[in-house]
Design a protein around this ligand. Structure first.
Ligand code: BGC
Length: 755
C-alpha cells in the first residue's frame, strides 16, 4: 500500500475521520480509498469481543472465549516462553474472530496493593513487567494480530483515574514507571500503545508530547499507532500535535471537526495530521494484508493451556511439615465456595465470557478421593455465618487435613475503583480461625487479584497463592495440591505484613487533584529490602516440592568499564526427588553513591526446568543498564564507578551467593558543569585542582598574592565541608567581586574542557 499516495488523495475530512473510532471497537472505513474498518477488543488475558458496539465496561455479553489467568498470576510464572504461548493462543482466537488488535498487555506498576486493577498488572518490578509483557506481545503478534501495551503511563490507581495528576520525579518515572514499558516497546515492538487517562505532572497523558513522541518514538523507536484509552482525550488538537494518533472510541465527529478547523486555521499543521493518518493506515494494512480466512481455534486446547499456565504460575507460599502434597488416601475437608465456583478473573473491561469453568471440585470428581465439602462462607456478605462455619468445622474435625478455598469476592476489587483495605472478608478469616481450633493441618488456597493480609499465617501449615487463575484454575489446583505438578510460581510483588507498611501508604490515592509518588524509586522490595523491614513473604519467593542447590556463581570479569557488558552464570541442581522448575534471580547491589539507591534491584531472571538430580548452568548477559540509574543532570542513564555486588538467589531475601565486581569510570563520562554545580563535586576530580583554585580563592576572599595558600585551605577539613555544597555561582554574590556571569562562564568552560 502506498500510504503517501493514498493520503494525498484523501480529503481533509477523510483524514480527520480516520483519527477516531466509528464506534467503541472499530476504526472508520475510508470508502473512496477502499480502506476497510478494523476491530479492536479487550484483553488482556483472553478475547473480549463485544457484540454490542457501545460496551466497554463488561456489562454486555461478549463472544465466548477462553479466560486465561490474569497478569497477576502469569507474572508469577517468571516464564517468558509461557507468556508467548498464551499470546499465540489469544492471537489465534483474535484471527478467528476477525479482531485486528487486542487491548493489552497492561504493564502498569503495582505501586500500592490497593489499586483496584492490580490483578491486570504484572508486578512491582519493571524488569519483570516489561520482559513478560514483551513475551506476550511477541506471541500475539506472531499470529499477525496487534497488541496495545497500556496504560502509558503512570496509571497506578483507579481513584480519579481520568483526572488525577501522577506527580513523580524524572528519575522515578524513568527507572520504575516508564521502564515497565521500555523493554517491551523496544524489543517486542507492539503495533500500538494505549495512552493512559491520568495526567503526568499536570499534563494529560493523551496530550503529553514528552511521553507520546519524545520518549516513545524518538528515544525508544516506536513506529506504531498511539491510541487513547477509552475517553482519555482532553484536547484533541493538542493530543494530535503531541503524538496521539487515534481517539477511541470517538466523539460523534466533534473532535474530528476540531482537527479540521485547526488545520484550516493553521493552528495544526496538516503534516502532523498526515503523519498520524500514515501510521493508522500502516496499522490497518499490517493486519489486513495478512488476514487469515477460516481460522479455527481450539476451545478445548486453549482451556487446557489456561490450566497449564496457571499450574506454572501458582505460588506455594508455605509448606510446613510437608503438609503438601496431599495424600490421596487421606480424608480431606474441602471448605469454601471458591472450591466449587472459583473467583478466577477480575471485573471491568477485561472480563471474559468464559467458554467453560473447571473448579477444584470438578477436577477432583471421579478420581476416588474422600472429600468432605462445606461452603464455609457466603460471598455476598462479610459477616460470619455460624451455621456454615459449624458445618465446616465438623467436616474439618472428621478429616486428616482441611483445605480452605478463600479469597476476595468480585466486589472487593475491580477496574474503576480502588480497595480501601487489604483484608480478606471477615467471614473467611473467622472461618480459618475456627477450623484451626479443631484441625492442625490446614491449607489455605487463595483466589485474589492483589496482596491480602494473612492474620493466620503462622498457624496454617500450607498456603497456595493462586491469584486469579483463569477458567481452568481447578485443574491446576487439583494437580498442585495432589503433587501431580510441582509448584514453580514466584511472587511478582512483595506481600507486606500490613497495608501501612507499603511505601505509598501516606500518598495513596492522593487528593482531588494529584497523587504524589513521594516514595520515589523505592517501590515494593526496593523499599522493604532497603529498610530491612519484616514482610509477610518477599518478592520472588515461592516453594517447590523439591529442593534446589546453587553453586559456581561466576562473572566474566572482575573489573569492567561503565560501558562494558558482563556475563554472569550460576549452576543450579535439583537435589530432590521430583522434577521441578526453579526461578534463578540475579540482583545487583550498587555502591553508595551520589543518589540514594535501592539496596538491590532485579536485573535478570530465568526459569529452568530440572529433572531430579539434574544440574544446569544458567547464564545472564548484562549491559551497562544493569548498573545504571537515571541521572537527572545528564537526562540519561549513568553508571557510577565503584564496587557492585552481583547476587544470585531465589527471592529478594534468599540470596545464595554473591560476587563483587569493580566498575571503573568510562574514559569519557559526560559531566556537565553549570553555575549550580557544587565546589565539592568538582574538588573530587584531581584534574580540576589548578583550574578551581582561582574560583576557590575568590569565593573564600583569599587575596591573589596568597593563592598558594588556597591549596592548604582546600585540604583543610572545615573549609572542604564549607565548600562542599556551595554552588559555583556563589563566587558572584559571596566572593570577593572578581567574578561576574561572563567571567564565571569562561571559568566553567575551562573546567568543562578538563573533565
Ligand atoms: C480501560 C482499558 C480498556 C478500554 C476498552 C478502558 O476503560 O482502561 O484498559 O482497554 O476501556 O474497554
Amino acid at each position: 500500500m502506498d500510504y503517501k499516495k493514498i493520503i494525498s488523495a484523501m480529503t481533509l475530512e477523510e483524514k480527520a475521520s480516520l483519527c477516531s473510532g466509528r464506534d467503541f471497537w472499530r476504526t472508520k472505513a475510508v470508502k473512496s480509498q477502499k480502506i476497510p474498518e478494523i476491530m479492536v477488543s479487550d484483553g488482556p488475558h483472553g478475547l473480549r469481543k463485544c457484540q454490542n458496539s457501545e460496551d466497554h465496561t463488561g456489562n454486555f455479553e461478549s463472544v465466548k472465549a477462553v479466560c486465561f489467568p490474569a497478569a497477576c498470576a502469569t507474572a508469577a510464572s517468571f516464564d517468558r516462553s509461557l507468556l508467548t504461548k498464551m499470546g499465540k493462543a489469544i492471537g489465534t482466537e483474535c484471527q478467528a474472530e476477525g479482531v485486528a488488535t487486542i487491548l493489552g498487555p497492561a504493564v502498569n506498576i503495582k505501586r500500592s496493593p490497593l489499586c483496584g486493577r492490580n490483578f491486570e498488572y504484572f508486578s512491582e518490578d519493571p524488569l519483570l513487567a516489561t520482559e513478560l509483557s514483551g513475551a506476550f506481545i511477541k506471541g500475539v503478534q506472531s499470529r499477525n494480530v496487534g497488541t496495545s501495551i497500556k496504560h502509558f503511563a503512570a496509571n497506578n490507581q483507579e481513584t480519579r483515574r481520568l483526572t488525577i495528576s501522577a506527580e513523580a520525579d524524572e528519575r522515578t518515572l524513568r527507572e520504575i514507571y516508564l521502564a515497565a514499558f521500555e523493554g517491551a516497546v523496544k524489543n517486542a515492538k507492539p503495533w500500538t500503545v494505549m495512552c493512559s487517562y491520568n495526567r503526568i505532572n499536570g499534563l494529560h497523558a493523551s496530550e503529553n508530547k514528552t511521553y507520546l513522541t519524545d520518549i516513545l518514538r524518538s528515544e525508544w523507536g516506536f513506529d506504531g499507532v498511539v491510541m487513547s484509552d477509552w475517553g482519555a482525550v482532553n484536547d484533541r488538537v493538542k493530543g494530535l500535535a503531541a503524538g496521539l494518533d487515534l481517539e477511541m472510541p470517538g466523539s460523534y465527529g466533534i473532535n474530528d471537526r476540531e482537527i479540521i478547523e485547526a488545520v484550516r486555521s493553521g493552528s495544526l499543521s496538516e503534516k502532523t495530521l498526515d503523519h498520524a493518518v500514515e501510521r493508522i493506515l500502516a496499522w490497518i494494512d499490517k493486519y489486513e494484508s495478512k488476514k487469515q480466512k477460516d481460522v479455527k481455534w481450539d476451545k478445548e486446547g486453549d482451556h487446557e493451556l489456561a490450566g497449564k499456565i496457571e499450574e506454572e504460575s501458582a505460588i506455594l507460599l508455605k509448606n510446613e511439615g510437608a503438609v503438601l502434597p496431599l495424600d490421596r488416601n487421606d480424608t480431606i475437608a474441602i471448605i469454601g465456595k471458591f472450591a466449587k465456583s472459583p473467583r478466577y478473573q477480575g471485573g471491568g473491561s477485561s472480563h471474559i465470557n468464559s467458554s467453560k469453568v473447571t473448579s477444584f471440585m470438578d477436577a477432583a470428581k471421579g478420581k476416588g478421593h474422600e472429600l468432605l465439602y462445606a461452603d464455609g462462607y457466603e460471598l455476598d456478605r462479610e459477616e460470619p455465618d455460624r451455621t456454615l462455619i459449624t458445618k465446616a468445622v465438623n467436616a474439618a474435625k472428621k478429616s486428616d487435613v482441611a483445605v480452605v478455598f478463600a479469597g476476595l469476592p468480585d466486589i472487593f476489587e475491580s477496574e474503576g475503583y480502588d480497595r480501601s483495605h487489604m483484608k480478606l472478608p471477615e467471614n473467611q478469616n473467622t472461618l480459618i480461625e475456627e477450623i484451626l481450633k479443631v484441625q492442625p493441618n490446614v491449607v489455605v488456597v487463595l483466589h485474589n487479584g492483589s496482596a491480602v493480609e494473612m492474620p493466620w499465617v503462622k498457624e496454617v501449615k500450607g498456603i497456595f497463592e493462586m491469584y486469579l487463575g483463569g477458567q481452568n484454575v481447578g485443574t491446576a489446583e487439583y494437580n498442585l495440591l495432589f503433587g501431580k505438578a510441582n509448584p514453580s510460581g514466584r511472587l511478582p510483588e512483595t506481600l507486606p505484613v500490613k497495608l501501612s507498611d507499603n511505601p505509598s501508604y501516606l500518598n495513596f490515592p492522593g487528593d482531588r487533584e494529584r497523587v504524589r509518588y513521594a516514595e520515589g524509586v523505592f517501590v515494593g522490595y526496593r523499599y522493604y529490602d532497603t529498610k530491612e523491614m519484616e514482610v509477610l513473604f518477599p518478592f520472588g519467593h515461592g516453594l517447590s516440592y523439591t529442593t534446589y542447590k546453587y553453586s559456581n556463581l561466576k562473572v566474566s570479569k572482575r573489573k569492567i568499564k561503565s560501558t562494558d557488558n558482563l556475563t554472569v552464570s550460576v549452576d543450579v541442581t535439583n537435589i530432590g526427588r521430583m522434577a521441578g522448575k526453579e526461578v534463578v534471580q540475579i540482583y545487583v547491589s550498587p555502591p553508595a553513591g551520589k543518589v540514594p539507591r535501592p539496596v538491590h534491584e532485579l536485573r535478570g531472571f530465568e526459569k529452568v526446568s530440572l529433572r531430579a538430580g539434574e544440574t544446569k548452568t544458567v547464564t545472564f548477559e548484562f549491559t551497562s543498564r544493569a548498573f545504571a540509574y537515571w541521572d537527572t543532570e545528564k537526562h540519561d542513564w549513568r553508571v557510577d564507578p565503584g564496587e557492585y555486588v552481583i547476587e544470585a538467589g531465589s527471592s529478594s531475601r534468599d540470596i545464595k551467593y554473591t560476587k563483587k565486581i569493580t566498575i571503573d569510570a568510562a574514559a569519557k563520562d559526560a559531566y556537565i558543569i553549570t553555575e549550580n554545580t557544587c565546589f565539592g563535586d568538582l574538588m573530587e576530580k584531581p584534574e580540576l585542582e589548578e583550574a578551581l583554585k582561582p574560583l576557590i580563592c575568590s569565593y573564600l576572599h583569599i587575596d591573589k598574592k596568597e593563592k598558594r595558600k588556597a591549596g592548604d585551605l582546600v585540604n583543610d577539613k572545615m573549609t572542604r565541608e564549607l565548600l562542599r555544597y556551595s554552588p559555583l555561582r556563589g563566587v558572584i554574590s559571596l566572593g570577593d567581586g572578581l567574578y561576574d556571569h561572563e567571567k564565571l562562564a569562561r571559568a566553567i568552560k575551562e573546567l568543562q574542557s578538563k573533565v
